[in-house]
Design a protein around this ligand. Structure first.
Ligand code: PLP
Length: 756
């Protein structure tokens, strides 16, 4: 069934959308409402017709707009689970609408923005929000042809701007008629709290009080906008005014419907006045909605209400103006229906190579408005270093929580995270650390810098991971620790490795830089070893450009990890000193803010990658000569990349030939991954030439021989793995047609090379 997700963040959105949602339900949509706001607001919204909500997010109490926005964005990201909706409907440009638009639009879910024509009242502020909301939508519904023109002028594509009409006529018709009451003026200043200055507001209130008295009209003022403004500016209400602080959203609506005259600074009230035929005067920095003026329903009286003397009597005598708006409810439902059934008959062109989502830029990343918003808060705070800021600390806290470990220490790269973990071991010159020959160099050089000798254990040629057997083969009485790397997101078979390490009293460090969210049994990788390192570099599951984080449950290790990335300055010590050689590896606040915004997206990134990998494996299953990766028996893969193996006996030329054909067809891939086992890199071959590489080996018997200490003949698993592997990048943004395209290219390349 098609699922329509409707994130709602205010009572006016709820009111206007309610008839649309009823009509959609009648059309067979599964309508899923989500509410972002407090419980009292939700009760008001329900009174205005909002159907029961499936999910409810609560904004943080009294906080900055940016943090409120970030909370809304995190809530919106949760709404992507368990499966994204068919279409998202937002209304207006409030916080929730903008955040949901940004999240879903980026995920490729069509976002339809109702009330996209609402013009704002303060150009420096609301206009920017409206533009953001416009940007994060695929379709825009406006109330009039004039509004459509404005969107066209702003460059939005004509085919996706729909002049549907106003949502208010039907929403108002659904309410029982208001009981008649003696005539009064309804004063609704929605932007006064944020914008008005004392003189302007005072003058408006005085002018209005004077004129209303002369016409025998009491003034009822909507409290939500006005009361905070009065308080802020130290003003009081003139005689003859009543502040209606006890009204629900429904009560305010009824007041506006019953009023003899509306005085406002709000776009919403202009539309309401136009639809209900109540004359409307625009004061206090309002800008007019042209169609309501053209229809004769509203006039401008200027910020301080100087023009009231002429306009008020005129408005009271004016015959009720006809509404300039058509009923937009059903036209909007028709636009939604068209989105549910995309035009058929047009074949989907296979995407060009450049169209594959790429983790080197926005197409393959989940970076968006959430990251921008938090980074902006960090920058505006003026505190960009993490020793005093709060974003890095908050990211550490939440990452530890996500992972399920007691401590997490952020740093400026994955290499630094590994380095901190190695440094925390407290090696002596010549101590051995067992690791893998197929990994990132950033995981190896830290061992040398800390005076240790990297000792390479071979890998299983089908998992590319070290095993208990290959590690056991390298143990000596100089072995001090074991680094296990969950390569490409495939967890190592840890149980026997941990048993081996425990028997020898050796700490295990997990390099989980490629394996966020992979699991062994019920637990995430990164929770098994004494310490675990992750990378936040551009191409990893989540990113802040460059960054890393290292986790542990051990308080003493956590202290050493912290000290290592803080020049070993003993913050908090009675007599602080620099206690051992260490670096400044701190992450900065701007990057920390980005990482914090990325974190809520991580689970979904992993889930999406698992879907993409499963689809790829399924579509490649019948291709001859390939061995495909998958989940191990003991856990789940988290798919940093999709590495598969090519049998050169079946496919002529093996992995290099297949990879070349894929590249020629525009599908990026890397045959041989790191090309050669790490110990064949120059730094290990010419180890005497640098003090960093020479020092540990001078203290270790492996340095005594004339040859480099490690040679390919001892590593049949690694040699074979590199010969046969093709590493295919995938990411969370791959859509079904991307997967189909990649699978088709691989299948075609294999067909060409098949020896039969
Ligand atoms: C990326 C990576 C690192 C290093 O991380 P950087 O952030 O690039 O320094 C370490 N180990 C592995 C396995 C990696 O993939």
């Amino acid at each position: 069934m098609s699922r329509l997700l409707v994130p709602v963040g205010s009572c006016s959105e709820a009111f206007e959308l309610a008839p649309v949602l009823r009509a959609c339900r009648d059309e067979g949509w599964h309508v899923d409402c989500a509410w972002f706001g407090d419980a009292a607001g939700l009760r008001d919204a329900a009174e205005l017709g909002l159907p029961p909500v499936a999910r409810h997010g609560t904004p943080p109490p009294a906080t900055s707009p940016a943090l409120r926005y970030a909370a809304a964005a995190a809530f919106a990201a949760d709404l992507l689970e368990p499966t994204p909706p068919t279409v998202v409907l937002t209304c207006g440009h409030g916080t929730m609408a903008r955040a949901a638009g940004a999240v879903f639009h980026q995920e490729g879910v069509p976002v339809l923005r109702a009330n996209a024509g609402q013009r704002a009242h303060d150009a420096s502020h609301d206009e920017r929000r409206r533009a953001t909301a416009d940007h994060a939508a695929a379709h825009w519904c406006v109330g009039s042809d004039l509004q459509r023109l404005e969107l066209l002028r702003e460059g939005l594509p004509a085919a996706r701007i729909h002049d549907t009409g106003s949502l208010l006529p039907r929403a108002l018709a659904a309410l029982p008629p208001p009981a008649p009451v003696p005539p009064f003026v309804w004063l609704a200043l929605e932007h006064a709290a944020a914008q008005a200055d004392a003189d302007t507001l005072k003058s408006l209130l005085a002018n209005l009080a004077d004129l209303a008295r002369r016409h025998g009209l009491p003034v009822h003022a909507a409290a939500p906008g006005l009361a905070p403004a009065l308080e802020r500016l130290g003003l009081s209400l003139p005689a003859g005014f009543t502040l209606t602080s006890n009204l629900t959203a429904r009560g305010q609506l009824d007041a506006a419907r019953r009023a003899r005259l509306i005085v406002t600074d709000s776009a919403g009230y202009q539309e309401l006045a136009a639809v209900t035929g109540v004359p409307c005067l625009l004061a206090a920095h309002a800008t007019a909605r042209p169609e309501t003026v053209r229809a004769g329903g509203s006039s401008l009286v200027g910020p301080g209400g100087a023009g009231l003397a002429a306009a008020l009597p005129d408005a009271l005598q004016r015959p009720r103006a006809a509404s300039p708006y058509e009923d937009g409810t059903l036209p909007l439902v028709r636009v939604l229906a068209a989105l549910r059934e995309p035009a058929t008959g047009q074949p989907i062109a296979p995407p060009a190579a450049a169209a594959l989502p790429n983790d080197g830029d926005h197409t393959g990343r989940t970076l968006g408005d959430d990251e921008v918003a938090l980074a902006a808060v960090a920058i505006r705070s003026g505190t960009l270093n993490s020793t005093r800021g709060r974003f890095v600390t908050e990211f550490e806290r939440r990452f530890a929580q996500w992972l399920g470990r007691r401590h997490a220490i952020a740093c400026n790269s994955g290499s630094m995270a590994v380095h901190a973990a190695i440094a925390a071991l407290g090696l002596r010159a010549g101590d051995e650390v067992i690791t893998t020959p197929i990994t990132d160099m950033g995981a190896l050089t830290p061992i040398l810098y800390e005076g240790g000798v990297p000792v390479f254990a071979d890998v299983d040629p089908r998992t590319l991971n070290v095993t208990a057997a290959t590690i056991a083969a390298q143990l000596t009485d100089r072995t001090r620790a074991i680094v296990v790397t969950h390569l490409f997101g495939l967890p190592c078979d840890l149980a026997p490795i941990l048993a081996l390490a425990e028997a020898r009293g050796l700490p295990v460090i997990e390099d989980a830089a490629q394996a966020f969210g992979a699991t062994i049994g019920p637990r995430k990788v990164g929770t098994f070893g004494a310490m675990a390192a992750f990378s936040l570099q551009q191409g990893k599951h989540i990113t802040c450009g460059e960054g890393g984080i290292v986790a542990t449950d051990d308080d003493a290790l956590a202290r050493r990890l912290f000290l290592f990335v803080n020049k070993a300055w003993g913050y908090g010590d009675a007599k602080p000193d620099h206690t051992f050689p260490a670096l400044n590896g701190r992450l900065g606040e701007v990057a920390g803010a980005v990482a914090l915004a990325q974190l809520p997206k991580l689970d979904r990134v992993v889930r999406r990658r698992r879907e993409v990998a499963a689809a790829l494996a399924q579509q490649l299953a019948a291709v001859p000569g390939l061995t495909l990766p998958g989940d191990p028996a003991y856990g789940t893969h988290s798919w940093w990349k999709f590495p598969f193996f090519v049998d050169a006996r079946r496919l002529d030329g093996g992995a290099p030939a297949l990879g070349r054909r894929m590249q020629q067809a525009g599908v990026h891939c890397v045959p041989r991954y790191i090309q050669k086992p790490a110990f064949e890199c120059a730094l290990f071959q010419h180890w005497q030439s640098s003090p960093v590489t020479a020092l540990p080996l001078q203290h270790n018997p492996r340095g005594a021989g004339p040859q480099p200490p490690f040679a390919r003949a001892q590593y049949p698993g690694a040699v074979r793995a590199l010969d046969e592997v093709v590493v295919l990048p995938i990411n969370e943004r791959y859509r079904p047609d991307d997967v189909a395209h990649v699978a088709a290219v691989i299948a075609a390349a294999a067909r060409d090379l098949d020896r039969g």
